[in-house]
Design a protein around this ligand. Sequence first.
Ligand code: PLP
Length: 489
Amino acid sequence: MALPPLPVDLSGIQLGPGQGLARQLYQALRERILDGRLRGGARLPASRELAALLGVSRNTVTRAFDQLYAEGYVDGRVGAGTYVSELAGAVRPLATPAGGAAATPALQHLATQHLPAPPAGAPRAFRVGVPAFDLFPFETWARLSARVWRRPSPARLGYGDPAGDPRLRELIAAYLRSSRGLACDPAQIVITAGAQQGIGLCARLLVQPGDRVAIEDPGYRAAGHAFAAAGAQLAGIAVDGEGLDTAALERAGACRLVYVTPSHQYPSGVTLSLARRLQLLDWAERHDGWIVEDDYDGEYRYSGTPLTPLAALDRRGRVIYVGTFGKIAFPALRLGYLVLPPALAQPFARRLALDMRHVELGSQAVMAEFIAAGHFQRHIRRMRAAARSRRDALLSGWPQGIPGCAPLPAVEAGLHLCVRVDGMARERALLAAAQRVGVELNGLSRYWLPDGNTPADARAGLVLGFAAVPEAEIARALAALREAWSGES
Ligand SMILES: Cc1ncc(COP(=O)(O)O)c(C=O)c1O
């Protein structure tokens, strides 16, 4: 059906039988945003207007808009319409490769499956995913770094072990034994450039194109993208008060691998119960499946003892444990590790060598010294205490009685919390008002798989990181929110 002239060019949108109408409309709009036909800043027609033009229900258009919004393709300015995000323009070149060359499937895939641009600038309240940079002992790090580089041994300046610095691997093994009850041999450890690289290696080595991979929904979308880029079909598995729903995993049919965040589910914050841990291991044994256990913020536990990692309970060599220094030091360091079943350690190191030979020597050597000299343990204690106190500042100063917003949950672990709100309209309104006063919040809707069955309104919520800035800044941001949200009833 041809459309009459509109403020933006939506000509050629055809909705027909087959996939759901909302899905078709979402795809048609996304395609136009990615190839530049819809430019950043362009205002989309109102949902009622577009529904009438396309001959579909308004609900269909709202669902398509909600999905575009959740994935960052459009911004909702409350009361002022839906606008194409400036951010989305950045992906355009990948959809239409320069010189008119035919895009490979891998290039095409990256037009839609990619990491969102990171938030710009120094952390503000309530940035998600970053720890307290202000507490990192940079003096100590600089001193250790100078020592490593002042007179480096020529024997270490060529290519190193692809699995990583042997001393660092020994220290990590000792640390995991004492802090997590995870007994492993240093030979099982591969040093990576952060957790994301570890997840990417699992995707490339354990998954074949067409395999189904189960991921938490809502969950860490970057992990899903890594598996999808390896050709996996993603199966979103619901998360409830005990973590990943293992009964839903069984119902999902044959999956090659499941990716989980057991110690602090991302982003809901739930801890995977012991019963579920055992069921998950049982699932892996029965299905010959792999479990990728991402313990991205396991250092941050404020009460009770941490549950034993899946990797420590695993008797059949089915669990790959992913760790990172990004949440204790800082993400830009790009340093993490995998603990692998013994048979996988060498193949993983060989694959990593094909990409990068090995992780850069300097940060590995400095981190080894940082741990060996006791700075790491001291810093963990300091970071944990600071994160707890920043959490308390958020919990105690949170505005009461925000219409449509559930009470804040108890927060016993991690660096962020997640609170449900009553529907997408509410999420947009709260985010837009926060943005106007310079407070950074994430919408929970951004953490869901696009194709899941969860209705749009049940995906709504707010995700707040509480550790990035000191208490006084948290208090200022809360005062600004209180003011901004007071008119949002
Ligand atoms: C669940 C989860 N896993 C992994 C990572 C990435 O860690 P890294 O920076 O070490 O790649 C993040 C970062 O926010 C995360 O939230």
